[in-house]
Design a protein around this ligand. Sequence first.
Ligand code: ATP
Ligand code: MG
Length: 444
Amino acid sequence: MDMPENVRRIIERLEDSGYEAYIVGGCVRDSICGRAPFDWDITTSALPEEALAALEKKNIIETGVKHGTVTVRYDNELYELTTFRTDGEYKDSRRPESVTFVKSLYEDLARRDFTINAMAYSDSAGICDPFGGQSDLVAGIIRCVGDPDKRFGEDALRILRALRFASRLGFEIEKNTSDSIHKNAYLLERISAERISSELVQIIDGDFAEKVLLDYSDVLGVFIPEIMAMVGLEQFNPHHIYDVWEHTVKVVSNSPHGKVFRLAALFHDIGKPECFSLDSRGVGHFHGHPHISADMASSIMRRLRFDHKTISAVIPIIEFHDTRPPAEPKSIRRLLSKIGSEAFEGLLSIKRADILGQNPDTFAEKLAYVDELERIFREQTKNGEDYSLKTLAVRGKDLISIGITDGRTIGRILDHLLSMVIDGKAENDRDVLLGIAKDALKKS
Ligand code: ATP
Ligand code: MG
């Protein structure tokens, strides 16, 4: 086990003082399957005060001591040291009323969610794996420690944690655990929006999100009921061979990793069920769906307490995902000035992912179009210009210096100059633009 020297130091110090200490949970799981652990958690038989006494005081941050957690800092790295504990009674399937310190590592492992997360290791004791975590890890199985109904009843967040690990690792959720997830999904109603959205982002961002989203739409439907109308909604359109949810899931998994890209993909067609129509030839249409999707996504994300910055990055991508500007510089500059270059990047990726979620017969032609949009976009922005007032070569103060003092007139002239640049009628050059402004002034 390739643990950092500092972790080894903490464990040795505790052992030297007569306590047990192990690395535990996610870091053991990730080490066994050759992934770099996100963080290193240590569990110990020492009570918090005992741990404080065994380690040098200067390395300890005492904030969590009352709850049985000591944070140790070595070389500016933080390590969480937690006393063996069981969770007390769960009254609201949210968080335990209390924690109880226990004597054995076994009991501490038994409170953990899944077998792959319920292993501990130390150099002196080797691997401690009482629930078959190693064999589940090798077989790629997510399985509750103990009775799934009971474990999800204690803490419903575990339902989303199971989906998160399945999506990240590509593991199968074992049948009893999976049945119990479907049965107990309604318990998620009790979990706070912040915790739900944090798990949701990780679920849709996994390499294996496609299968998880297909198999567990009902779970997402507990906190985003709008999803259920997409499931099974056929599109009756030669461009589409999947129903709206299957299509959505493909767009999510074909999108680049990252919260904004993946949320935009998840919600880009969520308005489709609201505006479905069949024409006289039996072809399905969804007129106006990008705008409806953007509105719905905005209220869903606010409901789930996403931060303002994320919401305002996601919405324009949804709003414009179906816009098909002519592949020529002027149109690209116009769109870019409207939505900004970040949203434009998002647009390129959702367009590609959207195509890959459609009828393969038309992939090549549609992708060639997006490639051309991208080529023009890169060329037009290569000097850092985004065709907004921010990168216009003339500023308000330049106009003041040539004698224009009325604020509204300044605004109007700046907009006019920007339009000329976007339309290719003037170069984005200070002297050129000021010349135009002076002419306009003379004429008025
Ligand atoms: P990650 O790599 O995402 O950090 P992790 O498994 O380390 O995954 P953490 O949330 O850091 O997950 O939790 C650390 C460990 O604590 C888990 O491996 C698991 O043993 C235990 N754990 C965390 N949350 C729960 C929970 N809700 N119920 C039971 N055990 C939990
Ligand atoms: Mg962790």
